[in-house]
Design a protein around this ligand. Structure first.
Ligand code: 5GP
Ligand code: MG
Length: 218
């Protein structure tokens, strides 16, 4: 299914009703992407297309497959909510046994300015001693989230085997604490991005492209 670029045109796609046969169900290849009309000063400009991201995710998965050859299973730890889409895209391309775990962490408030604080709990995780763990994150920005998370995991599970990080995006200009990911999709400029899991005030996560939301500041 292709999502069209963000458009203000609304096109209703009727949902199949129960009992309808697949053959007669209404079908559309293109679903209009509907989102609240951005204010005139908050325009979306695509920076990374869906196709470009898909190709790069495939390459990253190849690197990860070559790195974790003996993991059985590899613990893939997705950082919610931003990395939900990237995690889902990535695990489909991994060819070793994978165990999916999620943590909900945030260093951002409800807007687009970093709080510098990282909130969230690891209490629900299984014992990661002796395990290979790949943290999957949407974007490496100031570095606080991944510094905090890797530190907390190592403190909790000093016997963890390999711990590596994969990020879809890296914004090195914004770094406040030194951190480098092991696998990086794209290095991006210092702009506030949405789409592909990244939100602005809870919205735009379902945009398949990565776009810049003009009119927002860090
Ligand atoms: P860090 O702790 O490295 O500053 O930030 C990591 C988190 O900040 C990311 O997981 C993401 O949730 C959020 N973030 C950083 N830059 C952006 C951005 O350009 N757009 C959005 N939507 N979130 C961002
Ligand atoms: Mg995040």
């Amino acid at each position: 299914m292709n999502f069209s670029r963000p458009t203000l045109a609304s096109r209703a796609v009727p949902a199949p009703s129960f009992g309808q046969s697949a053959a007669s169900a209404p079908h559309s290849d293109t679903v209009a992407f509907q989102h609240p009309q951005p204010a005139a000063e908050n325009r979306l400009e695509v920076r990374l297309s869906d196709e470009r991201i898909n190709n790069r995710v495939r390459e990253l998965a190849g690197e990860i497959n070559r790195t974790f050859t003996d993991s059985d299973p590899l613990v893939v730890l997705g950082v919610m909510k931003g990395a939900l889409v990237f995690t889902s895209d990535l695990i489909k391309q991994l060819n070793m046994p994978c165990q999916l775990e999620l943590v909900t962490l945030s260093s951002y408030g409800n807007g687009d300015t970093s709080s510098g604080r990282v909130n969230g709990s690891l209490d629900h995780l299984p014992d990661l001693s002796g395990r290979d763990v790949l943290i999957v994150e949407d974007i490496l920005d100031t570095g606080h989230t991944l510094t905090h998370l890797t530190g907390a995991l190592k403190d909790r599970y000093p016997e963890m085997n390999q711990l590596k990080t994969a990020v879809l995006l890296d914004k090195p200009e914004r770094r406040e604490t030194p951190f480098e990911a092991d696998f990086t999709g794209f290095t991006v400029a210092n702009e506030f991005l949405v789409g592909r899991g990244l939100d602005y005030q809870g919205l735009y996560r379902n945009l398949p492209d990565v776009a810049v939301l003009k009119g927002t500041t860090h």
